[in-house]
Design a protein around this ligand. Structure first.
Ligand SMILES: Cc1ncc(COP(=O)(O)O)c(C=O)c1O
Length: 370
């Protein structure tokens, strides 16, 4: 079976180094905190070009601590605008931080939040915007920042799917007030368990994020507020330090795979390919998402040919049960609702072989009798 991602193959390529690092952590008893965590925070911030990096337990906590640190204009001016098409955490972090989620439709083909729609949703009660660079495709971050400046809003970039992807020569995550990352195993940079991080250039925000992630203090036994207990463990940090060395190579491999899909499937009118500007390195291809006619039949057919695909995501957030209370109206989300019925994520990971990409492409053509 061709899997959506194959992490064992990735481990095999660095087995010696990873095994050695794990043994070292165990023999040094540095399971929580320690040198590897500090090293990772330093490595990550240097590589990505931010002033500060705070590691934490996962990407969800990174978002939650960021929203809490940026805060709200007042108890009732607590609206935060975010995209309808994303993973659940992007929205739940807002509510869990005490805010009110305001969902916004997406652009038709990039799947990212629509700048025009954001402006329609801004009110006197809006405090901030959480954007996502979905599937590794940069959102229109410069225009979003202009809008944020106009209305005095903060911006968080959820970069869980966009590690080390540049827009106009700057890595994503450095545009807004805070950038958040998940190192969930299947991400472009993935740990061997849960892990996450926050980046920012603002010292005050960095200190607040630390407090929100570490029981309310910068140091042990300091509890200035009721924070989370969210930290990167030593094992994950050691693994991430090793994997970080390869992120550019792996992103390049994803790009080569994406180019092969784009070449093989370009004449097929039944599917819409991801829009990309590979020349400017403007897509991280965390997922290679097509829009497919007869999507569910195609998915079943591919499965019968030993190709496992995924759907990101089966239901857009305004209509999942957790947000039923918002009574969201379908007519406000035309693009994301339509995309929800069509999107299909084809296997993509650095170790996927070109001959497998060709086989997958052939099977898609076969299904459509092309
Ligand atoms: C867009 C987005 N935001 C946030 C997260 C949450 O990250 P984590 O699973 O590390 O909590 C994910 C993870 O899938 C994600 O894809």
């Amino acid at each position: 079976m061709i899997k959506p991602a194959n992490l064992y193959l990735q481990y095999k390529s660095q087995k010696k180094e990873i095994d050695k690092a794990i043994l070292k952590i165990i023999s040094n008893n540095s399971f929580i905190g320690g040198d590897e965590v500090k090293k990772f925070e330093n490595n990550f911030k240097k590589r990505i070009g931010s002033r500060y990096c705070v590691a934490c337990g996962n990407g969800t906590d990174a978002l939650l601590a960021s929203v809490k640190s940026l805060g709200f204009k007042s108890k009732i001016k607590n609206e935060v605008i975010t995209t309808s098409h994303t993973w659940f955490s992007t929205a739940s972090a807002i509510t869990n931080a005490g805010g009110k989620v305001i969902f916004c439709d997406t652009e038709k083909d990039s799947y990212n939040i629509s700048v025009n729609e954001i402006e329609k949703k801004v009110t006197k009660r809006t405090s901030g915007i959480v954007i996502v660079h979905l599937f590794g495709q940069p959102a229109q971050i410069e225009k979003i920042l202009q809008l944020a400046n106009k209305y005095k809003l903060w911006v968080i970039e959820d970069c869980a799917q966009a590690h080390f992807i540049k827009k106009n020569k700057k890595y994503l995550g450095n545009f807004g007030h805070i950038g958040t990352f998940s190192f969930y195993p299947g991400k472009n940079l993935g740990a061997m368990g849960d892990a996450g991080a926050i980046i920012t250039n603002n010292k005050r925000l960095r200190n607040l994020c630390i407090m929100h992630l570490r029981h309310g203090g910068q140091r042990k036994h300091e509890h200035l507020l009721e924070g989370l207990n969210s930290r990167l463990d030593g094992l994950q940090a050691a693994i991430l330090n090793i994997k970080l060395r390869k992120i550019d190579t792996w992103n390049k491999k994803r790009e080569i795979i994406a180019k092969e899909y784009l070449k093989n499937l370009s004449n097929l009118s039944a599917i819409k390919l991801p829009i990309s500007n590979i020349k400017r390195n403007a897509h991280g291809f965390h997922q290679f998402v097509i829009k497919a006619k007869k999507r569910d039949e195609l998915r079943k057919f591919l499965y019968s040919k030993k190709i496992n695909t995924l759907i990101h995501y089966p239901k857009i957030l305004p209509f999942v049960p957790a947000y039923k209370y918002q009574k969201n109206k379908k007519k406000e989300f035309p693009n994301s609702l339509k995309n929800q019925r069509l999107v299909l994520s084809l296997p993509i990971y650095p170790e996927l072989k070109i001959k497998e990409v060709r086989y997958i492409s052939r099977m898609i053509k076969k299904f459509y009798k092309f």
